[in-house]
Write a protein that binds this ligand. Structure first.
Ligand code: FAD
Length: 614
């Protein structure tokens, strides 16, 4: 029997990151996954990052994780979402070549010292003296360990639905994890069923690209990892098309045949990733919905139609897809489907994601989340915590103030889930501080102190910060008079006092060209360093207000909320939260805070209303 410090079960996004993190901590790790060639598979859309999710990728990367590195190895189209808004809510996103991503994850895991990849199905958990002692494989082999991290994704008692056809499966092409699912049901863990769906895959050679708009990537691509500066492979464009009334008619007429709407599925699905059935019902007034046609790889003709996931019968999917412009004669490679699976209530987990069974950790989709990035971030937490426990070291801790990882852990543990949880920037009360651009400043040193970040990564970070601090100090020391500012084309105040160039940098409409006139030495500084100094200066002025808002929510937690409040009339409150508040009628701000999906921004709106009403 082989012995490891930590065994990670599952080679998806949570498992890959968990195994890599535990090994970086110095543990001897086994990553056991059903199929080696399926490690790092993206089950749904071929993209990493996005709003809120891109922040998580950067945090994983700041802690020396592998998701950002692999995404850059495979990145075929980079887009910074919310580019026109402030950097705090911008989300780096990359469309990734599926095969290259999978290969990059496998390579990074193979190169990781102290990590062994084992192909096999875990069918049982071994307990010894009230704590986890290892796992049993379907082959009959037993592996022992001080801790086990379970990351089985959508596989636990997974059932795939296409119309009224249902069959067991972990996802298309993979068998479900039935024996382990049953074994887990024998524990006392509170559990439920969730569902998610994916669209059909199309043959790109049968799409009429010539009549469709093309969407290229950004001219100045923003990488997913702090370690990279430019794309590694050829960049491509996506196509854009739209559904139409005929598409909606076909979907509407066949709603009763949908697994989702025909009552074949008991699990709850992600409201934020609506299927085409959802869209047609929930947004009945819309005559079209945008679809991005995303090539799945450089050497692959498969196209992922982003925006039309479905669990309708295959022939109905073909009919509605062929009603869409450019897809009139498209060949469907694989129909869309919904999948239903077991998850466990994350409220029972410790901050390090340990379950009530000592030494057993859960991470990823099995904790009720959805998304590769959410899974990977939890994997990093569980893997590093498990390793710290076995090695007798201090566990890395996260808070809502230092990371989206902290926000997610706190949300999951405090409120649990009633639908698949995904990250949004609105979930963070300290989002002006929790930016994608400064994830390394928030986490790299902390990760190094915990033993999770390698010396090479820390050295690169230190070099970057020396350059950032040098420019920052330099600009702070240069004090300019209003007349000098005006001569450089900068807006100047009327009080006649000198201002530091660092302060001036945060003014609206400032460009570096204008700053160079007053600080020529800044022109030779690396543009990435200049951007960082600008971003930090821009937000420095808002951080106090953010602190005040957060402190105000704590101070006024017991503020009663008037029973007659009309939430739907509160400007700025989303319909979704207004509906929840209206239904649940919390008695105080503290009660409102406990509602699943509640955001700090919404609480501030409610508080402002209550205080006005006082
Ligand atoms: P997974 O990526 O599912 O990985 C689980 C791993 O565990 C696999 O490698 C599997 O082989 C292994 N495994 C399972 N049981 C065992 C066992 N007993 N022994 C050994 N190995 C085992 N996310 C979104 O953000 N948006 C979407 O629209 C979306 N749609 C989705 C649609 C579908 C059909 C599916 C399947 C998933 C979708 N997701 C979506 C979710 C996304 O794929 C997951 O959130 C993410 O992959 C979860 O990562 P994970 O590591 O927790 O699990």
């Amino acid at each position: 029997m082989k012995h490891f410090d930590v065994i990670v079960v599952g080679g998806g996004h949570a498992g890959a990151e968990a195994a890599a993190a535990a090994a970086r901590m110095g543990a001897r790790v086994a990553l056991v996954s059903m199929r080696r060639d399926r490690i790092g598979v993206m089950s749904c859309n071929p993209a990493i990052g996005g709003l809120g999710k891109g922040h998580l990728v950067r945090e994983i990367d700041a802690l020396d994780g592998i998701m950002g590195l692999a995404a850059d190895e495979a990145g075929i189209q980079y887009r910074l979402l919310n580019r026109r808004k402030g950097p705090a809510v911008q989300g780096p996103r990359v469309q990734a070549d599926r095969k290259l991503y999978r290969e990059a994850i496998l390579r990074l895991l193979e190169q990781q010292q102290g990590l062994e990849l084992i192909e096999g199905e875990v069918v049982d958990l071994v307990e010894e003296a009230g704590r986890i002692g290892g796992v049993d494989l379907a082959s009959g082999d037993r592996l022992s360990a001080g801790a086990v991290v379970l990351t089985a994704g959508t596989f636990l008692n997974g059932v795939i639905h296409i119309g009224d056809v249902r069959r067991s499966g972990g996802r298309e092409g993979d068998t479900a994890s039935i024996r382990l699912g049953e074994r887990l049901r024998s524990y006392d863990f509170a559990r439920g069923r969730l569902k998610t769906g994916t669209p059909a895959r199309l043959d790109g050679r049968t799409i009429n690209w010539s009549i469709l708009d093309a969407q290229p990537g950004d001219d100045a691509p923003v990488m997913m990892s702090f370690a990279n500066r430019s794309p590694k492979v050829r960049q491509i464009s996506c196509g854009i098309t739209h559904t139409n009334e005929r598409t909606h008619d076909i979907v509407r007429r066949n709603l009763s045949l949908s697994a989702m709407y025909g009552g074949h599925i008991e699990g709850v699905g992600p409201r934020y990733c609506p299927s085409i059935e959802d869209k047609v019902v929930r947004f009945a007034d819309k005559s079209e919905h945008q679809i991005f046609l995303e090539p799945e790889g450089l050497d692959d003709d498969t196209v992922y139609p982003n925006g039309i996931s479905s669990s309708l019968p295959a022939e109905v999917q073909e009919a509605y897809i062929r009603s869409i412009r450019g897809l009139e004669v498209v060949r469907i490679i694989q129909p869309g489907y919904a999948i239903e699976y077991d998850y466990f209530d994350p409220q029972a987990l410790s901050p390090g994601l340990e379950t009530a069974v000592p030494g057993l950790y859960f991470a990823g989709q099995i904790n009720g989340t959805t998304g590769y990035e959410e899974a990977a971030a939890q994997g990093l937490v569980a893997g590093s915590s498990a390793a710290a426990q076995v090695l007798g070291r201090e566990r890395l801790r996260f808070t809502r103030r230092d990371s989206y990882i902290g926000v997610m852990l706190d949300d999951l543990r405090a409120r649990g889930v009633t639908e698949p949880y995904r990250m949004f920037t609105s979930r963070a009360e300290f989002r002006l501080h929790l930016r994608a651009d400064n994830a390394d400043q928030r986490l790299t040193e902390k990760g190094f102190a915990a033993g999770l970040v390698k010396e090479s990564r820390r050295a690169a970070f230190s070099a970057k910060m020396s350059a950032v601090n040098a420019l920052r100090l330099n600009l702070e020391e240069i004090k300019v008079l209003p007349a000098e500012m005006r001569a450089a084309g900068l807006a100047a105040g009327k009080d006649g006092s000198r201002r530091s160039l660092l302060e001036v940098l945060s003014y609206p409409d400032v460009t570096w060209d204008k700053i160079y006139a007053l600080a020529p030495q800044a022109e030779s500084v690396d543009p990435a360093i200049r951007d960082q100094v600008w971003c930090d200066a821009l937000y420095a002025q808002y951080l106090d207000r953010q602190e005040n808002d957060a402190a105000g929510l704590t101070r006024h937690a017991d503020t009663p909320i008037p029973g007659e409040i009309d939430y739907r009339a509160l400007p700025g409150l989303s319909t979704e939260l207004a509906t929840k508040l209206d239904r649940l009628r919390p008695a105080s701000l503290r009660d409102a805070e406990g509602i699943e999906g509640m955001t700090p921004a919404a609480l501030i709106l409610v508080l402002a209303h209550c205080r006005k009403a006082e």
